[in-house]
Design a protein around this ligand. Structure first.
Ligand code: SF4
Length: 262
């Protein structure tokens, strides 16, 4: 198979953007928040945890500690008790309290809307910063989590494993205005279709643009190069299409790297 040129990859990326928009028009972050502060804290808590579980604990967390100052001054054991269901609760308690202190001491209790300021907060890395920029401030951001890593590698939009390099690769392919919605749709696609262990290639709305697929036999697909997953064959009826017959998503879950915490 001839190697894809950069221009061809850009054009394919544009087609993937359209297919994702068609398949998952309403995809957005599944984390519930009412302010940049709440989204920042919820995103830190979402590491190694489902958004559903985070949403359950943040109801009480934000009721008891509604501001950065309140969270910064809280008894750490009280925070730990609330966030315990999210896992790694001791470290997460330290991270959210450190970030809250930084916000209070350096940013007058407000979440900054600049990537460099956000990643200067203790406990905040590029992924979290880009989630906040994109979803709380409307500033385009490519937040590279495990779904973004796996799906974009399978789609051949990057060969990198390092999140910062993936962010740079995607930034070079996609118009800035697409970054946040592309992130949210790819994450949703990674959850409902292109899962780590059993990607549903036979019903995938992106199959027609996915280089991981080749028709190995009529009605049978094979993942040829298992980037971020296991090579396997799927039986199914022709999914090399524009997404017809695939489920439209319900409502789900900046700047490219210069220079990661969570
Ligand atoms: S065709 Fe398969 S590997 Fe490619 S994006 Fe869809 S589910 Fe993932």
């Amino acid at each position: 198979m001839p190697r894809e040129t950069r221009h061809e990859r850009q054009r394919r990326a544009a087609r993937l953007v359209a297919l994702l928009a068609n398949a998952y028009p309403g995809a957005r972050t599944a984390l519930r928040f009412r302010s940049p502060f709440e989204l920042l804290i919820a995103t830190i808590l979402s590491a190694q945890c489902t958004d559903k579980k985070v949403n359950e604990v943040t109801v009480r967390l934000f009721r008891d500690y509604a501001t950065p100052a309140a969270l910064a001054d809280a008894d750490p054991t009280a925070i730990e008790a609330i966030i315990r269901p999210t896992g790694f609760y001791r470290q997460k308690a330290k991270s959210i309290q450190s970030a809250a202190r930084d916000l209070t001491e350096r940013f007058r209790g407000r979440v900054p809307a600049l990537l460099d300021d956000l990643i200067s907060l203790r406990g905040v890395a590029r992924k979290t910063a880009n989630v906040v920029l994109g979803n709380a401030f409307g500033i385009p951001g490519l937040a590279v989590d495990t779904h973004m890593q796996r799906v974009n590698r399978r789609l051949g939009l990057t060969r990198a494993e390092d999140p910062e390099q993936i962010e740079r690769d995607l930034a070079a392919l996609l118009p800035e205005r697409e970054w946040t919605t592309f992130t949210n749709r790819v994450i949703h696609h990674g959850r409902v279709c292109c899962t780590a262990k059993r990607p549903r290639c036979e019903s995938c709305p992106l199959a027609g643009e996915c280089p991981q697929l080749m028709i190995s036999a009529p009605g049978k697909f094979m993942i040829s190069a298992p980037a971020g997953g296991t090579g396997r064959a799927n039986t199914g009826q022709g999914a090399r299409s524009s997404g017809k017959g695939t489920p439209r998503a319900g409502k789900g879950s900046s700047r490219p790297a210069k220079g990661t915490r969570g």
